[in-house]
Design a protein around this ligand. Structure first.
Ligand SMILES: C[S@@+](CC[C@H](N)C(=O)[O-])C[C@H]1O[C@@H](n2cnc3c(N)ncnc32)[C@H](O)[C@@H]1O
Length: 219
């Protein structure tokens, strides 16, 4: 992708998200009723990671593409002592303090930054959670970002990616300038960034008309 195309690709998604409501329904494109099933299965993955001792400490998690903090509030703060959030949309990060209410005290940093430009501190996090945001990155930026995430994890830390998958080939959505990638594209990107895929599983109990959602656990 040339520089001009890339700039347009990112501008379009930033403009799209700047116009979306800062609510759980806004985060989930009108499907707020899937939030509980999403969180429940994510919790069971974290339970497994803890009981199998694959996850070492539970001090600090990073929520990537965090939006208003739906995952921070309902999942990460129940499992980690504190959380940092990063999102490109300033309005969502400002809303987060209100949405998180008392819990916002344990959100130690709010980063307003695009993931393609975000350089997390090395050796800092026990868990990096990345959900429903990677379609907004080009392949090259995604590989580079995942490499930086690997450096940002502490020893025995884990990275979780949870994303929609397309069936046969990647799809591009012109409305929000995003890719929906196939499973094999994700696996290739994960390996290219130097990660080992520890586990992957399909999200259950989602409406049939939605894309398959898959949870990838990386170490
Ligand atoms: C579908 S919402 C998901 C929010 C949250 N992960 C959740 O599951 O509730 C997508 C989020 O990605 C953010 N986003 C889009 N492009 C981004 C980018 N390049 N870097 C960081 N965040 C981005 C949007 O602002 C929005 O908050």
């Amino acid at each position: 992708m040339n520089a001009e195309k890339k700039m347009k690709f990112y501008e379009l998604s930033e403009d799209y998200w700047a116009k979306q409501p800062a609510t759980v329904n806004g985060m989930l494109g009108g499907f707020d009723f899937v939030s509980q099933a999403d969180i429940d299965q994510s919790q069971s993955v974290l339970d497994w990671l803890k009981s199998s001792k694959k996850l070492g400490e539970t001090k600090l998690a990073l929520d990537c593409g965090a939006g208003i903090g739906r995952i921070t509030k309902n999942l990460l703060l129940n499992n980690f002592e504190s959380v940092e959030m990063v999102d490109v949309t300033e309005g969502f990060i400002s809303k987060a303090k209100e949405y998180l209410d008392m819990d916002s005290a344990r959100v130690v940093k709010f980063h307003v930054c695009a993931l393609q430009n975000f350089h997390p501190e090395v050796n800092r996090y026990d868990c990096i959670w990345i959900q429903w945001v990677l379609g907004y990155l080009t392949d090259a930026d995604l590989v580079d970002f995942l490499k930086r995430c690997k450096l940002a994890l502490k020893q025995n830390g884990i990275c979780v990616i949870k994303e929609n998958l397309s069936k046969d080939e990647r799809e591009f959505d012109e409305e929000d300038s995003s890719y929906t990638r196939t499973k094999s594209e994700f696996v290739n990107i994960i390996h290219k960034a130097g990660w080992r895929l520890v586990k992957d599983e399909k999200q259950r109990n989602f409406p049939k008309e939605l894309y398959e959602v898959r949870i990838f656990v990386l170490q």
